[in-house]
Design a protein around this ligand. Structure first.
Ligand SMILES: Nc1ncnc2c1ncn2[C@@H]1O[C@H](COP(=O)(O)OP(=O)(O)OP(=O)(O)O)[C@@H](O)[C@H]1O
Length: 374
């Protein structure tokens, strides 16, 4: 089990320094690495002085060394902070050119988060905004399928002497997805640290150009990836997607609570209800509330957040997603209107959020101009 300092450094490169958007090595947090036979001592200094942040870094270092170098290494980690508790104000790095970042989340899987994200992006694009989607769903990225670019591979472009990843463009929306980097037939297990690194690269090392909105399609649940994203990018607001079913609502509530915790503190713009009722194509006036009625609307009211709108369960939504042509691309249909309504309501909440809350380091949207479909 011979290993060198270089192997340890390589493993530490997979870990993002809390609140820095860079790896522990890049941010010069690694102060010393001492190796004695099967033992390694890693000394790290981070800005965040909280016990929680120190513990998280310690656990991540152990995991990264065991997974990337050798399971049998005896790892000792010494994490110190160079900031006093009362002085610490986490710096969220800005993403040049991106005015607003909206995270789309759901507690439960399969409730239609990617469907809502894709169609909102199309509605925003039709309204005249420049839009990008970052598909951060480590369990099953699907944006590349919904936009009919499953086999595309992002190229690299030279920007100011640096090589940057160029998002793939479809229907006027720029897309980067973990799905571009994995084989569709292979089950890829993105471990927390690797996924965070890949996502950080897709945000900071990509040439998004000027964007009014970057929509981030998060994985379902409330895990590591969510924490990593909200710690490394200034998320303007979060939209939560749920079906009206109790089990989905309970998870949606946890999702809202996660964004509202003190450490994360990302404003929740509201809740979208998907699969609100079923409407058969041949009986468009009939509504069957198969997952319950008004569940997400009631939840929004209970937790005092906005209800952004509802989308019925319709076969054509599923079909449109499968063939890579989101339904919001259609003109003057009830479904296009439903997504336009949800998008407008989200923008209204965004304007309100930027007016009510202290300025942040993201550029604020202060008017609704451009918010009517072309
Ligand atoms: N309103 C709807 N009507 C009909 N089918 C829908 C609707 N919303 C989503 N679907 C379909 O349900 C399936 C799951 O949707 P989607 O992938 O958007 O969910 P998700 O929450 O992103 O899933 P995951 O948890 O895997 O990320 C897809 O096949 C999609 O086409």
């Amino acid at each position: 089990m011979a290993f060198k300092k270089q192997d340890i450094l390589k493993a530490l490169e997979t870990i993002t320094a809390p609140g820095e958007g860079k790896s522990l090595v890049e941010s010069e947090a690694v102060k010393n690495i001492v190796i004695f036979d099967k033992e390694v001592i890693v000394e790290v200094t981070i800005a965040n002085p909280t016990l929680q942040a120190k513990k998280k870094v310690e656990v991540e270092i152990m995991k990264a060394i065991h997974e990337n170098v050798d399971q049998k290494i005896d790892v000792k980690v010494n994490v110190t902070s160079n900031t006093k508790n009362e002085e610490y104000k986490p710096e969220k790095p800005k993403v040049p050119g991106i005015k607003n970042i909206i995270a789309i989340a759901s507690g439960k899987g399969g409730v239609g988060k990617s469907t809502i994200t894709s169609n909102m992006a199309i509605s925003l694009q039709k309204m005249g905004f420049s839009v990008g989607i970052l598909d951060a769903d480590v369990y099953g990225p699907s944006t590349h399928l919904m936009f009919d670019v499953a086999n595309a591979k992002p190229l690299s472009v030279e920007i100011d002497g640096r090589s940057k990843m160029k998002p793939i463009e479809s229907y006027g929306v720029k897309i980067l997805s973990l799905g571009f980097f994995t084989d569709a037939n292979q089950a890829v297990i993105w471990r927390g640290a690797m996924a965070s690194k890949a996502l950080n690269q897709m945000i900071f090392d990509a040439h998004w150009g000027e964007l009014d909105f970057l929509l981030i399609d998060l994985p379902p649940g409330t895990g590591d990836i969510h924490l990593s994203i909200v710690q490394s990018v200034p998320v303007t607001g979060a939209v939560i997607v749920s079906t009206p079913q109790n089990i989905a609502l309970a998870d949606a509530k946890k999702g809202v609570a996660m964004f509202q915790t003190e450490n994360i503190n990302v404003p929740v713009l509201g809740i979208v209800e998907n699969m609100s009722y079923f409407t058969p194509a041949e009986l468009p006036e009939n509504k069957y509330y198969i997952f319950g009625k008004d569940g997400a609307k009631n939840l929004a009211e209970d937790i005092e957040t906005a209800f952004l709108g509802e989308v019925p369960l319709v076969q054509s939504i599923r079909e449109a997603g499968d063939v890579g042509h989101p339904v919001a691309l259609q003109d003057n249909t009830p479904l296009e209107n439903a997504f336009t309504e949800i998008t407008k309501n989200t923008l209204t909440q965004l304007v309100k959020r930027n007016k009510d809350l202290p300025p942040t380091d993201v550029v604020r949207i202060t008017t609704m101009s451009g918010c009517s479909p072309k």
